[in-house]
Design a protein around this ligand. Structure first.
Ligand SMILES: Nc1nc2c(ncn2[C@@H]2O[C@H](COP(=O)(O)OP(=O)(O)O)[C@@H](O)[C@H]2O)c(=O)[nH]1
Ligand SMILES: [Mg+2]
Length: 195
């Protein structure tokens, strides 16, 4: 079992060239701006605000590494944030693509999707890039507290269909406010690291 008490912030990378080759397997978190990546990482770590969260989207514009024992947790910048300049969107797109295309030791990527909303084109593109690059990934539906259990389960099936991912893709749902689904995410991380 990973000892999450050892978690710390290592460093932020603003360009793909700065990335050093993977020393440890990586667990990556990707999704739209404001979907809940940083909040989920804090919940997994049992930390309040180690990973900076924000009510306003578009805050993370770098790739941030958080080592836990001999595993690196990676907070990626959010995509699809309309209020960024065209140049900034391009830089972030290149950063995300570069991370997934540079042959790193990615043990698992969590693609986060807000359980309340239809997926966006950018989510479908992201899922297809993960598949293209043969990156192991699972879906996490965030903000599950916003829907009833039955509605949430229907929505998970519906959104997996919209994403065009294989039928056996693992999909979990989480709520950081109600602390549900977090243990399942931790277990799935352990499973992925054993492979
Ligand atoms: N209700 C609810 N709000 C959440 C949840 N996860 C994140 N949020 C809120 O969503 C906003 C964006 O979260 P953040 O973690 O910064 O998203 P990021 O941009 O993907 O890193 C913040 O206001 C969070 O408090 C959740 O499970 N339930
Ligand atoms: Mg964030």
């Amino acid at each position: 079992m990973l000892n999450y008490q050892t978690v710390r912030f290592d460093r932020a990378y603003g360009t793909v060239n700065q990335l050093k080759p993977s020393t440890y397997p990586e667990i990556a978190f990707i999704g739209r701006s404001n979907v809940g990546k940083s909040s989920l990482m804090n919940a997994i770590f049992r930390r309040k605000n180690l990973v900076k969260t924000s009510a306003t989207p578009g805050k993370t514009t770098s790739i941030n590494f958080f080592p836990v024992d001999k595993v690196n947790f990676v907070d990626l910048p959010g995509y699809a944030y309309a209020k960024r300049s065209k140049a900034e969107r391009k830089r972030i797109g290149e950063l995300i693509d570069g991370y997934f295309e540079s042959g790193r030791r990615i043990a698992l990527t969590f693609l986060l999707i807000d359980i309340r909303h239809d997926v966006m084109k950018s989510d479908i593109i992201m899922a297809s890039k993960l598949m293209e690059n043969e990156i192991p990934f699972a879906i996490i539906f965030t903000k599950a507290d916003k829907l009833s259990k039955a509605k949430g389960e229907r929505q998970m099936r519906e959104l997996c269909g919209q994403l065009n991912v294989p039928g056996d893709t693992v999909a979990l749902s989480t709520s950081v406010t109600k602390k549900t689904g977090i243990n399942e995410v931790r277990s799935y991380i352990e499973e992925a690291l054993r492979k």
